[in-house]
Design a protein around this ligand. Structure first.
Ligand code: NAD
Length: 318
């Protein structure tokens, strides 16, 4: 099977990420292909159908999507939602013929849930294939179709060409990365976001330190971008408003990547470290900061953490 042969794609979860991913699928899938979609929000289904009536088929349930489609992508918030759609109360996949179907879960969830879903699918239908394929690039990347996909698949897996072709419809072809066996896509994504989450704390601390000690913010920016500590968060996503016009900070911290999602991914990293007995020194204080920021800043970009430093709220009791 190739994507050109694929008659029907499916997508469950038309939220901030899933909706623009579905738009890209509807735009780029072969003319003869259909896209069956489902979300708990009927409005999201109706809106997508209104945009692409010739391509989109309104699914009646998640189960209906699995029944009608050959390649199904799920884009759901957390492990419990993924479990509900694949195993639990949300569907009964045992009643669906999953023969030869390819199931791609792009949600950022814990490794244990993903492996449990894979085992469940294999038990129901051994010819069906389930892959973890979380993404990076945010809502903007989803809209532009430039997402990175970290896939729990071996490069020599016979399904890799079709998974690669399907994810290319939503992502940057140079960033479709086969990370190895099942769950390693999630390991990659969670490791990546751990680094981003901790780096953000250090960038906020550094900007605050230099500015409080008297450096002009623009001068500090110039120095950091010229030096060895240069990194994309300082250079492109700088947390101090007014330094980089395209950064969320210069747009009232409009996300970007929400602080609440970063807090979720940092918890996944801590959970993964516990499971794999990997010491994390900076993880606990970093997640405490995100949790402290959540009530006020959860819906803002994660670089809005800077406000805690700016307002000297970091050390106040939580
Ligand atoms: P979201 O909350 O905006 O969307 C999730 C969608 O899933 C909602 O529309 C919801 O109605 C739907 N849903 C929940 N349970 C369902 C069910 N049982 N059946 C059908 N639909 C159901 O979340 P999002 O921002 O799109 O994120 C999705 C995943 O992608 C998360 O795991 C997140 O961590 C990850 N992610 C998000 C971003 C980002 O910038 N938003 C970036 C990278 C990765």
């Amino acid at each position: 099977m190739t994507t050109t042969d694929t008659k029907t794609f499916g997508l469950v979860g038309l939220g901030a990420m899933g909706y623009p991913m579905a738009q890209n699928l509807a735009r780029k899938a072969p003319d003869t292909a259909k896209l069956v979609v489902y979300d708990l929000s009927t409005k999201a289904i109706e809106d997508l159908y209104a945009e692409y009536p010739e391509k989109v088929v309104k699914g009646e349930s998640a189960e209906d999507v699995f029944r009608q489609a050959d390649i199904i992508i799920t884009m759901l918030p957390e492990g419990k939602h993924v479990r509900s759609v694949y195993i639990g109360s949300g569907t009964n996949l045992k009643t669906v013929n999953l023969k030869d179907k390819i199931l791609i879960d792009s949600s950022t969830i814990d490794v244990e849930t993903s492996l449990a879903v894979k085992a469940h699918i294999t038990q129901i239908e051994p010819s069906a294939s389930f892959y973890d394929a979380p993404v990076s690039g945010g809502v903007e990347g989803a809209a532009k179709g430039t997402l990175a996909f970290y896939i729990g698949i071996e490069e020599n897996d016979p399904n890799f060409p079709i998974v690669q072709a399907a994810t290319r419809l939503m992502g940057d072809e140079n960033k479709i990365i086969p990370c190895g066996k099942a769950s390693l896509g999630l390991v990659a994504k969670i490791s990546h976001n751990y680094l981003g989450g901790v780096m953000n704390v250090v960038c906020c601390e550094t900007m605050n330190l230099g500015i409080r000690a008297g450096l002009d913010p623009k001068m500090l920016y110039r120095v950091l971008v010229a030096g060895a500590a240069r990194n994309p968060l300082i250079e492109h996503g700088n947390c101090v408003p007014g330094l980089v016009s395209s950064a969320p900070s210069s747009n009232d911290y409009k996300p970007g990547f929400k602080a609440s999602l970063m807090a979720k991914d940092m918890s996944l990293a801590l959970q993964m470290a516990e499971t794999y007995k990997s010491d994390l020194v900076l993880g606990s204080p970093a997640i405490d900061l995100y949790r402290k920021a959540l009530p006020d800043l959860g819906d803002y970009d994660f670089t809005a953490l800077y406000r805690l430093f700016e307002e000297q709220k970091v050390k106040s009791s939580s």
